[in-house]
Ligand binder design. Structure first.
Ligand SMILES: [Zn+2]
Length: 439
């Protein structure tokens, strides 16, 4: 992942120079097609609200079209510097009520994060008691609270985006990001694509002229207006002689996974490089001359030079079996992953908060920070990978795949994957037709 991020950085930096030219070159080869262009269904709109003006309004309440029956809603617009208390004070609502409200439910903590320009709808009874609150923490969320028998009844509802499936394809002539931009997809989506294949493709070193990709993905709409891109549903990548395919699948337990056609995970059990924005300063070498000791001593790991304090990530899910000082290694963490794998991280400046022996860590979780503790000429991570106790070259050791689909869910996955495949084929055919029309 870190390799990828730094690669992405490099790619993005190349972007401005060649963007225009490349867009022009690729223009003919890139097609973007919308599937099922039916207009998205009507969304449930908010109920119209009545408004009653406070005697001496401190804010400008916004007029509402209709005035049906009680309760009378008041619309408050948040100004710079407002808190919930200052917003409600002109309506006679005391700080005690506000305090009771926001502390009655975790969801209502959102009310402490109101931002200028947002609006809040409230009802206040004749005794200056706040009785209802409605707030939209985001475009799709509605938070409502109602005073009922002295307590607050809270609800957070979420509108569904309308989704449309889209198709994009591109030949890669320079970088993945240029190709993505030429195909009309956002950097965010290109990054998603890169992440999908990051375990198999180094997007700086492995890309060759003639490589190409195609994807189907979701576009998100609210009230008929495009608000962003959702997930890639299926991606194909032709890299040199390889053809890689990934399918998005939501498991029965609700986890989203990207799987290949066999149902194996696209991810590996280990990330290759546990520190981002680094360069290799010393390779795995069993007859290296040690830079400090100045004599031949095997270098049984990889050194990644990086600024002091750069986060070091756990290469895989595992358990901390050592966290402390170990001679020339300085501050060291050793992780055990399953039965046969261990990884070691040396010369750390310090450990991440909560890291201690026995602690479980997740892949890519920060476990510590690059430093120069122990025998080191400068800040770097010394990283070792062992199988059954014997050192292996972290750069070349074959990495096991992360667990894929559960056996009892395999047939469901295959049905979903084949449906996506058929959709991709349809899109690709339409795209070919469209481009031959142009020619
Ligand atoms: Zn080293």
């Amino acid at each position: 992942m870190k390799e990828l991020l730094s690669s992405a950085g490099r790619l993005v930096r190349q972007f401005p120079r060649t963007h225009l030219l490349l867009s022009m070159v690729l223009l003919g080869g890139v097609i973007l097609i919308a599937l099922s262009p039916d207009s998205p269904p009507e969304q449930p709109r908010q109920q119209a609200k009545t408004i009653s003006l406070p005697a001496k309004p401190a804010r400008k309440p916004e007029p509402q079209p209709q005035a049906p029956q009680a309760p009378e809603w008041q619309i408050l617009t948040v100004q710079a510097g407002d808190s919930l208390s200052s917003l409600l004070q002109p309506l006679g609502v005391g700080a005690g009520q506000v305090f009771a409200l926001i502390n009655s439910d975790d969801k209502l903590q959102r009310l402490t994060k109101i931002r200028p320009g947002e609006t809040l709808q409230v009802t206040v009874d004749n005794d200056n008691r706040l009785t209802q609150v409605q707030y939209h923490p985001s475009k799709v969320e509605t938070l409502t609270a109602r005073l009922r028998g002295g307590g607050w009844e809270t609800r957070l509802s979420q509108r569904e985006y309308q989704k449309q499936t889209r198709f994009a394809e591109a030949d890669i002539t320079d970088s993945l990001f240029l190709a993505g931009a030429a195909a009309g997809i956002s950097d965010k989506l290109t990054m998603q694509l890169a992440n999908l294949f990051a375990w198999d493709v180094d997007f700086v070193l492995d890309i060759r002229r003639g490589d190409r990709f195609r994807i189907i993905y979701e576009e998100l709409y609210l009230d008929g207006e495009k608000v962003g891109e959702g997930d890639i549903l299926m991606a194909e990548f032709w890299n040199q002689d390889r053809h890689l395919t990934a399918f998005r699948y939501e498991t029965r337990s609700g986890d989203v996974e990207y799987l290949d056609i066999k149902g194996d995970s696209m991810r590996k059990e280990f990330i290759r490089t546990p520190v981002a924005f680094s360069r290799i300063s010393s390779r795995f070498n069993l007859s290296r001359k040690h830079p400090v000791l100045n004599r031949i001593r095997a270098h049984k790991g990889i050194d990644y030079a990086a600024p002091s304090g750069t986060p070091i990530k756990a290469a895989g899910d595992g358990k901390v079996i050592f966290a402390g000082v170990k001679g020339g290694y300085g501050n060291v963490i050793i992780l055990k992953h399953g039965q046969i794998y261990t990884t070691l991280y040396a010369h750390m400046r310090g450990f991440a908060r909560g890291i201690r022996v026995g602690k479980r860590v997740k892949q890519s979780q920060t476990i510590g920070y690059v430093g120069a503790s122990g025998l080191a000429t400068g800040p770097h991570l010394h990283y070792e990978f062992r199988i059954n106790g014997s050192h292996r070259n972290p750069l070349t050791v074959p990495l096991p795949k992360a667990r894929g689909i559960n056996d009892n869910e395999r047939s469901e996955f295959l049905i979903a994957a084949n449906r996506l495949k058929a959709q991709m084929t349809l899109f690709a055919e339409a795209s070919t037709l469209a481009s031959s029309d142009v020619l």
